[in-house]
Design a protein around this ligand. Structure first.
Ligand code: GAR
Length: 195
């Protein structure tokens, strides 16, 4: 059995999808949900699902990212995860943190990487006139929104879409893609999932 910790910053809908998927013959089990925002509503959802939670407010550490990460790491290491899933975690992690979990840390990003790393992915896809958008699950490396791609799901960009319209359409696919990738990954299979 693989112990899975999940990092969130907000509503945690991807986290809920992951947690709900880890049943039966799934090789993973959620052991911790941690957030950089104590007010993240996803923490309440994790607690309701019976998962241990931790909150480390990054604002308490000012610009000292290493100190923030040391405190976050303390909670994560206490849960001894085999796999760390970033699920709407909106802090950039230092290379030292990434190195600690390299090869066992996943992220979901709301674009078809390598297109549109960073923020405002949906608006950028619309502005570029793209006819397809989507989401990507990848292994985390020290380069932001880079690393081996483990799965992608595509949706159409429809005429008149706002960024919110597109985000909602992509999010439906995120909730399918991330659990599908984690199921394979926890079983040691890194074959990309294409939805
Ligand atoms: C998701 O769309 C996820 O792909 C995105 O934040 C949202 C979190 O939603 N992640 C990023 O933009 C990471 N750079 P959720 O909290 O409901 O899962």
């Amino acid at each position: 059995m693989k112990r899975v910790a999940i990092l969130i910053s907000g509503g945690g809908s991807n986290m809920v999808a992951l947690v709900n998927s880890m049943t039966g013959d799934h090789q993973g089990r959620a052991v911790l949900v941690a957030s950089n925002d104590p007010a993240a509503s996803g923490l309440v959802k994790a607690q309701a699902a019976g998962i241990a939670t931790a909150a480390v407010d990054h604002r308490a550490f000012g610009k000292d990212r290493a100190a923030f990460e040391a405190e976050l790491l303390r909670h994560i290491e206490a849960a001894a995860p085999d796999i760390l899933c970033l699920a709407g975690f909106m802090r950039v992690l230092t290379p030292a943190f990434v190195a600690r979990f390299e090869g066992r840390m996943l992220n979901i990003h709301p674009s078809l990487l390598p297109k549109y790393p960073g923020l405002h992915t949906h608006q950028r896809a619309i502005d570029a006139g793209d006819t397809q958008a989507g989401c990507t699950v990848h292994e985390v490396t020290a380069v932001l929104d880079d690393g081996p791609i483990l799965g992608q799901a595509r949706v159409p960009v429809l005429p008149g879409d706002s960024a919110d319209d597109l985000a909602a359409r992509v999010l439906v696919q995120e909730h399918k893609l991330y659990p599908a990738v984690l199921r394979r990954y926890a079983a040691g299979d890194r074959t990309p999932v294409l939805l």
